[in-house]
Ligand binder design. Sequence first.
Ligand SMILES: Nc1nc2c(ncn2[C@@H]2O[C@H](COP(=O)(O)OP(=O)(O)OP(=O)(O)O)[C@@H](O)[C@H]2O)c(=O)[nH]1
Length: 313
Amino acid sequence: MRVLFVDDSCSVRVAFSARLKAMGHEVVPAADGAEALARFREIPPDLVFMDIEMPGMNGFEAVRHIRAFEATRQWAWTPIIFLTATNTPENLVAAIDAGGDAFIAKSVPAAVFEAKMKAMARIAALRAELSRANRKLAAQANLDGLTGLFNRRYMDQRLDELWAVLSREAAPCGLLMVDVDHFKRYNDRYGHLLGDDALRQVAGALSRVVEGANAEGLREAFVARYGGEEFSVILPRCPVKAFPRIAEALRAGVVGLAIPHESNEPWGRITLSVGGAYQPRAEGALAQLFRKADAKLYEAKRDGRNRVELAMA
Ligand SMILES: Nc1nc2c(ncn2[C@@H]2O[C@H](COP(=O)(O)OP(=O)(O)OP(=O)(O)O)[C@@H](O)[C@H]2O)c(=O)[nH]1
């Protein structure tokens, strides 16, 4: 384990560091509360030993700061053991109230100390596993199972955050709604499994265009599966000239896949209709941007499909 050991006494730090290193742990020493906090933010440790009485920021205060810092992170709760010469019931209560997990005397017998460290190592291993699993779950919860694109839930969440920032900065934003043409006919003719496969390929083509746009400087653009055979492409801070270019690249990219679709006359392959809305300065309700893009998508369908219609505000 990586152990942050906090004590203002150099001799205590040296003695405990030697014991912990002998047990195979890595030790990061700190001489007071402020230094502990700085080290904690830098590393982060698997376990903290914290002295109570220290000049400047004492141990209780330092732990309150550490817990406040952890509250800004997901799945964070590092075990903290108060280590002190004054082993009183009042200190124990204050230690737990401050956010500590356990309390041991500096005079702790070697065997007891080793046993505690064994228990802490088990907890640290479990925490690491839990945080890995949680990260994986969180990532999966954001993705669409069929295409691997971001799902609607993620898009809504991310876009709400983005829109707030863009509105504050009066920055531009573009939205493209993309819908596969006559996809019901595709399923009817080729079957649902090939339909799924086609959606995966379409998603791949859309991603490539968006990745290309990010590589050329957009950075925050992303594509999500909006639902069924409909996708949305979010283009924050998109320069006005790039917007129609990206919309057309999406359409052309999917035509370029040349996925046969005989019931999609006159092209005989899978095509897209794209409706878009662009705001040079983000302001007002985000829903309005969606309404405009949807209306343009409707026009693209009505006027023959395999085309791009844009509302440039
Ligand atoms: N294979 C497959 N089909 C899907 C999936 N999600 C939605 N669909 C199909 O997509 C089709 C969408 O049909 P419609 O909304 O009528 O639209 P359309 O046939 O594409 O016609 P237009 O949009 O007017 O060009 C439906 O048949 C859905 O079953 C999916 O995950 N896999």
